[in-house]
Design a protein around this ligand. Structure first.
Ligand code: FES
Ligand code: FES
Length: 186
């Protein structure tokens, strides 16, 4: 192709670009993207948040899962333009405000819920969202929670344990926060 013409002689116009504004991990971010650019590509390549992993790029493996307005979403299936205005949380944004690990992250460390770690960002975001909806899952529910995420290393047993441990740690964190709030108000 030369002079903006393709090999059939048709004139090629540059791809139309769209402004996308997101709040990613609490920070306002902007990108100018083609309509078909995936949210996963914007996060990884435009915003350099490479903690979000891309495995299948087909919606199957769950590695690319992020939270969009608190809901677990496969970022390889979402166009960035459709996320315009949303709050996005990636694995980089899961740590607590004081920099310590979130309950789900801590539980993975405690229970050896990861090996190579490729799948881990997707598990962490998925479980974080699920515990908001069901703070005390049974073992069967823990298995359901992770049913849409693939891991090729761990055999899943320690990930199930990590879901249950995360629920315990999360409850303790919430109880401590309530106690602090009560003490501050008294
Ligand atoms: S990379 Fe998105 S589901 Fe596999
Ligand atoms: S820890 Fe390797 S794919 Fe899950």
């Amino acid at each position: 192709m030369a002079n903006g013409n393709d090999d059939r002689g048709f004139t090629q116009s540059p791809a139309e670009l769209f402004d996308v504004s997101l709040v990613v991990n609490g920070v306002p971010r902007a990108a100018r993207v083609p309509a078909r650019r995936l949210l996963s590509d914007v996060l990884r390549h435009d915003l350099l948040l490479t903690g979000t992993h891309v495995g299948c790029e087909h919606g199957v493996c769950g590695a690319c899962t992020v939270l969009v307005d608190g809901v677990a979403v496969r970022s390889c299936l979402m166009l960035a333009v459709t996320a315009d205005g949303a709050r996005v949380t990636t694995v980089e944004g899961l740590t607590r405000p004081d920099g310590t690990l979130s309950p789900v992250q801590q539980a993975f460390a405690d229970c050896h819920g990861l090996q190579c770690g490729f799948c881990t960002p997707g598990f962490l975001t998925t479980i974080t969202a699920a515990l908001e909806e069901n703070p005390q899952p049974s073992r069967a529910q823990a298995r359901e929670i992770i049913g849409g995420n693939l891991c090729r290393c761990t055999g899943y047993q320690n990930i199930v344990k990590a879901v249950l441990r995360a629920a315990v740690l999360r409850a303790a964190v919430l109880r401590a926060a309530e106690l602090r709030a009560t003490e501050a108000g008294s």
